[in-house]
Design a protein around this ligand. Structure first.
Ligand code: CTP
Ligand code: MG
Length: 240
C-alpha cells in the first residue's frame, strides 16, 4: 500500500444528541461509518483503510464492516481510538504498515464526500505537496469574540475579511513522515485539553506549508441534528 486512509470514528457525537456513537448512526438506513469507508475505498488511490473505533467498540465495528459490502481490493483494519480526535488519529497512524507514504485522514462524520474530492487530495500529495486540505469559501461573515459565560453577551474582537477565509473539510492528505513528525513534536502540548481538531493545523505548527484544494458542499460534517436531515436529503437526491 502506498496511499492509506485513516478514518477517526471514535467520537461520541455529543452535539448530535443522545443515541449510539455518531459514526454508527444511520443515514438512508446505512451507518455513517460505512458510507465513509465506501467513500474512501471508491478512490483508486486507496487500498488500505484504518478505522479508528470507539475505545470499547472495536469488535462491534469489525462486525459492522463484515456485514456490509465493501470493495474487495481494499484492506480494512480496525483499531481502538482515544479520548480526543488527535489521540484517535495517532492510534490510526501507528497501525499503518511499512510502505505507506501518503495518508488521507477522513472524518467518519463526513459520510458523503464525493470520490472526486478524495482523488484530488490524494493526487495533490502525490504531486509533491506535504499537506493538502479541501476547503470551501464561507457563506457567513465570521467574528472573533472574547468568549463569555453561556447566555452572556460576548464582545467582538475582530472581523476577518470573509473573502480570505475558508472552511476546511476532510479528507486531509499528508506525506506520512511529515504528519507523524507533527504528532511526535506536539503530543505533549495539547495533553489534558481537547487536542487538535484539525490535522493540517498540527503540520502548520511545524512551519510546513499546507495547501488548499477545492472542497465540496456534500463533504459537510454531520455535527448537529439538522445535519442529519441534510444528509438524508443529499442521499435521497443521489438515489433519485
Ligand atoms: N473522533 C475520534 N475520537 C475522538 C473524538 C472524535 O475519532 N475522541 C472523530 C469523530 O468520530 C468524527 C471526527 O473525529 O468522525 C470529527 O469529530 P466530531 O465531528 O467532533 O465528532 P464527535 O467528537 O463524535 O462529536 P462531538 O464533538 O459533538 O461529541
Ligand atoms: Mg468532537
Amino acid at each position: 500500500h502506498r496511499t492509506a486512509a485513516v478514518i477517526p470514528a471514535a467520537g461520541r457525537g455529543v452535539r448530535l444528541g443522545p443515541g449510539a456513537p455518531k459514526a454508527l448512526r444511520g443515514i438512508g438506513g446505512t451507518p455513517m461509518l460505512i458510507h465513509a469507508v465506501r467513500a474512501m475505498a471508491r478512490s483508486r488511490a486507496v487500498s488500505l483503510v484504518v478505522v479508528v473505533a470507539p475505545p470499547d467498540g472495536a469488535a462491534e465495528v469489525r462486525n459492522l464492516l463484515d456485514e456490509h459490502a465493501l470493495p474487495e481490493r481494499t484492506e480494512i483494519l480496525v483499531v481502538p481510538g482515544g479520548d480526543t480526535r488527535q489521540e484517535s488519529v495517532r492510534a490510526g497512524l501507528d497501525a499503518l504498515p511499512d510502505g505507506v507514504t501518503t495518508v488521507l485522514i477522513h472524518d467518519a462524520a463526513r459520510p458523503l464526500v464525493p470520490v472526486d474530492t478524495v482523488d484530488a487530495v490524494a493526487q495533490a500529495v502525490r504531486d509533491g505537496a506535504p499537506a493538502v486540505v479541501p476547503a470551501m469559501p464561507l457563506a457567513d461573515t465570521v467574528k472573533e469574540v472574547e468568549p463569555g459565560k453561556p447566555g452572556e453577551a460576548e464582545p467582538v474582537v475582530a472581523t476577518p475579511e470573509r473573502a480570505r477565509l475558508r472552511a476546511v473539510q476532510t479528507p486531509q492528505g499528508f506525506d506520512l513522515v511529515t504528519l507523524k513528525r507533527a504528532h511526535d513534536e506536539l503530543a505533549g502540548d495539547t495533553a489534558g485539553g481537547e487536542g487538535a481538531t484539525d490535522d493540517a493545523g498540527m503540520v502548520e505548527r511545524l512551519g510546513v506549508t499546507v495547501v488548499v484544494v477545492p472542497g465540496h458542499e456534500e463533504a459537510f460534517k454531520v455535527t448537529r441534528p439538522l445535519d442529519l436531515v441534510l444528509a438524508e436529503a443529499v442521499l435521497a437526491r443521489r438515489r433519485a
